[in-house]
Design a protein around this ligand. Structure first.
Ligand code: 26V
Length: 813
């Protein structure tokens, strides 16, 4: 019904009238958006139902990807693309007087995630559906997504992101599938038929209401489900009578609904907040109950669970699926411990996404015990058995036990529970997995060597290339044909054209066009004119010490000083672009945002230099903003302290759009380098082994670098002296001190000199436009390997034991 323009136009106008009672000429932008998205949802309805029936009929193994975050962004454009009706709808709307791109802006950006971990989950959903796997998301329908960032006088201010305000056309409320989740209470134990029976009394019941979002695979036939849960009150009006019950009712409602109120906005600092623990259990319990309901309809006995269901946990946040599954198997299904443990530990698999110790989850025992008394008993038993086994295995090394124990004094270590209770533990890039095996999780690796494996992250080339950069996608198809769209690793076909002048000219022209568009966006939003022929040098990601936005801005300060001191310096004009949200409580990160804005202000106003450089801090970095920025970038800053960035996925998005990487040997940059070599990226800085070595020996001596390197000293001193930046003395003394007195935890000054050199190399390299374009094409050609289709095929065959429909792709990997 959508596959020709005329039919679409007709149907569209019929819908406008029947659903909104408006003829076309009276419709507003929001009406057009609403009707269009509702038509698409209805259009996929049949395939959605067919996909589910097909799963049931063939009793296919289902994967459930449990994640506290799904950073999906906008769906309209992507859904049209995957349905194969993008062009027909675009053309049809144009004839009706509407611009599709403008309509896409009407949709709120579903920001149900912080950064890499949440966006990875969204890319995986797209690949699971596109490869026709039975793979679904299980998450929380937060009323407030990640905060909206405003910059006021250079400072970050957070505003609530009430993304549901305009309604959400993509979701379907499934009241028929609601379940109950229980908190608090006390466990009573009695014996029945010589078996111990555990019953929890005086618990608080919460209704978990599912909302289903269709996940449309490429081609539109296969439609999986993202099920997100909302907390609602279970009390009905009969419980309300009585003198003060009305107030109690309101109070109770509020406290219950708060469970799915908001996404925690800190992804690097763990805090043992009760509400967060409630959210985690809420997700795990609701998700599991729903999975078991579906499984039961197959009519198989419960011992078949691991054959038919795989549960994957995205970091440790959903680790409570392990004890919760044990609880259901033992207390509800009546299984014995050993059988329940066997089933559970053959069903759950776990991905680790960070080695930052401050981000590792450790819950206070007292909190877990009170909120989830039965779950705590089960965790205690898992730990007892695990430690018993360790004592037998390592009788000579009792010191190992507290290190590996799940319960450590007053703390519950979630990573330890996740490793012990799952059959697969993976890292997200080769280097990261290596660090897990050799360092962070060495003891566990020694115990369970076959459990550990690597799955390097990926990104969906549909959103990040075909949708974000359609002109480049067309150019690729015109050059090598269209097979790459289904088999992204076929993009290597581009490599042999890297010297082709015609292709170089066309990639250059596309980049230029994208840069012009971004330049107008910047002008519209901030009133600043940037030179679209300058190098667009981009650093967008969460703000964190280890991601070293500070090093970038210090280098900009250094360049500025140089230009002020010597106006004849020849540099290719540069536009430095930043986008980053800082966790609201991470004050150091917020200070760096302020510093970037202070420097930007000074540089952009200074007529002596502002033809040669500009600094832009783009407000409210988000998925939809990333889609505008990345296709317009020349240089991609991936400059984390080596060993700290588990993988990075932004690096892959930039590469796929033809930007050249300025990076350290960290995360997936290492694998990028393996493919494209030294010549096609700009590497600098310490290697991860060197960094880790320094850490083992208490760091390096920052004062030595400060005293030896005049450039470092000059820039650092600018932070605390009233110099070029109009910075009042000591205004940025906190940043100065934090570097000097913590021995520069993230090696900003240690890597500074080699970062400066790498920037110089970029300048030289960009002068040779043909060479630059050749490198850019090589990057694009190799980027297909980073498609999440490749990553998901590996998860499917090596972790989840799924039989794919993508035999061809599998054979190639
Ligand atoms: C931790 C916490 C702590 C408690 C509060 C909420 C919260 C939310 C998230 C996290 C873990 C964040 C870990 C993370 O995002 N890791 C990133 O994962 C990406 C996907 O694998 C990877 O590319 C990035 O390198 C890695 O930093």
């Amino acid at each position: 019904m959508f596959n020709n323009k005329e039919a679409f136009k007709l149907l569209f106008q019929e819908n406008l009238v029947s659903k909104l009672g408006k003829p076309l000429k009276e419709a507003q932008k929001a009406d057009i958006y609403t009707i269009l998205s509702s038509m698409i949802r209805e259009y996929v309805g049949k395939n959605w139902a067919d996909t589910n029936q097909n799963f049931q009929f063939h009793q296919k193994k289902q994967v459930y990807y449990f994640s506290m975050e799904f950073l999906i962004g906008r769906l309209l454009g992507n859904n049209l693309l995957n349905l194969g009706v993008l062009e027909c709808v675009r053309e049809g709307l144009k004839e009706l007087g509407w611009d599709l791109e403008e309509l896409e802006e009407e949709e709120s950006d579903a920001g149900l995630g912080n950064g890499g971990l949440g966006r990875l989950a969204a890319c995986f959903l797209d690949s699971l559906a596109s490869l026709k796997y039975a793979g679904h998301g299980c998450g929380i329908r937060y009323r407030y997504g990640l905060f909206e960032q405003k910059i006021v006088e250079g400072n970050q201010v957070e505003l609530p992101d009430y993304w549901l305000q305009k309604g959400n056309e993509w979701e379907v409320r499934r009241a028929d599938k609601k379940v109950e989740v229980r908190f608090w209470g006390n466990v009573e134990i009695h014996e029945e038929d010589e078996e111990l029976v555990f019953e929890t009394h005086n618990y608080e019941a919460v209704t978990a209401m599912p909302y289903d979002v269709p996940v449309i695979g490429y081609g539109g036939e296969h439609v999986n489900t993202l099920r997100i849960w909302s907390a609602e009150s279970t009390m009905d009006h009969t419980e309300m009578s009585g003198p003060n019950n009305y107030y109690k009712f309101i109070h109770y409602n509020r406290s219950v609904e708060s469970i799915s109120d908001f996404l925690y906005p800190d992804d690097s600092q763990y805090e043992g907040k009760l509400l967060r623990l409630k959210q985690q259990y809420f997700l795990c319990s609701a998700g599991l109950q729903s999975i078991l309901g579906t499984f039961e309809r197959l009519g198989l006995t419960i011992d078949h669970l691991p054959e038919k269901v795989a549960i994957h946990i995205n970091d440790t946040h959903p680790t409570l699926v392990i004890p919760e599954l044990m609880r259901i198997l033992i207390d509800v299904k009546g299984l014995g411990w050993a059988e329940a443990w066997d089933i559970t530990s053959r069903t759950v698999s776990y991905t680790n996404h960070t080695t930052l110790s401050e981000a590792l989850e450790k819950w206070p025992i007292s909190m877990v015990k009170e909120l989830l008394p039965r779950i705590y008993m089960i965790i205690e038993e898992i730990n007892k058995q695990f430690c018993g086994m360790l004592m037998k295995k390592y009788p000579e090394h009792p010191e190992i036990i507290p290190q590996m124990s799940i319960i450590d004094g007053e703390q519950l270590k979630m990573a330890n529970l996740a490793i012990v209770g799952s059959y697969s533990v993976n890292g997200v890039a080769a280097l990261h997995t290596d660090i897990l095996k050799k360092r962070e999780m060495k003891l566990f690796y020694d115990l369970y060597p076959t459990r550990f494996n690597n799955k390097t992250n990926g990104i969906t080339h549909r959103r990040w290339l075909m949708h974000a950069n359609p002109a480049l996608a067309d150019l690729i198809s015109n050059t090598i044909g269209t097979r790459w769209m289904n088999e992204p690793q076929e993009m290597v076909g581009l490599l042999k054209y890297s010297e082709d002048i015609g292709l170089q000219d066309r990639t250059r022209a596309i980049k230029q066009h994208n840069k012009m568009k971004l330049a107008s966006y910047i002008h519209e939003k901030q009133g600043i004119i940037v030179d679209p022929y300058s190098i667009f040098d981009v650093h967008v990601k969460r703000l964190h010490g280890y991601k070293r936005q500070l090093m970038n801005i210090l280098h900009i300060m250094y360049l500025y000083i140089q230009m002020k001191q010597n106006s004849t310096i020849e540099r290719i004009p540069r536009t430095f672009i930043f986008g980053a949200k800082a966790a609201p409580s991470y004050s150091f990160a917020k200070r760096i945002i302020k510093l970037i804005n202070v420097v930007a202000n000074q540089v952009n106003r200074d007529r002596e230099v502002n033809q040669k450089m500009k600094v832009i801090f783009l407000e409210n970095y988000s998925v939809s903003l990333a889609e505008k920025i990345i296709p317009a970038s020349d240089v991609s800053e991936q400059i984390s302290t080596a060993s700290k960035e588990a993988s990075g996925t932004g690096n892959m998005k930039f590469m796929m759009n033809g930007a050249l990487t300025l990076g350290t040997m960290d995360g997936a940059n290492v694998e990028m380098h393996e493919m494209i070599g030294d010549d096609n990226m700009f590497l600098f800085g310490l290697q991860s082994a060197q960094v880790l070595d320094y850490y083992q020996h208490g760091g390096y001596v920052v004062k030595d670098v400060y005293h030896k390197d005049a450039r470092v000293r000059e820039v650092m001193d600018q932070l605390v002296t009233p110099g070029y930046f109009g910075i009042n003395e000591l205004e940025f003394g906190d940043i100065f001190n934090s570097i000097m007195s913590t021995n520069d935890e993230y090696f900003v000054l240690k890597d500074f000199a080699s970062y400066v050199d790498a920037h110089l190399q970029i300048d030289l390299s960009y002068r040779n436009s043909k060479e630059w374009q050749r490198k850019s094409i090589l990057n694009i050609g190799h980027s297909g390997k980073f498609s999440s289709d490749c990553t998901i095929s590996k998860y499917a065959s090596e972790i989840w034991g799924l039989k794919g429909n993508q035999a061809k792709l599998q054979a190639k990997l």
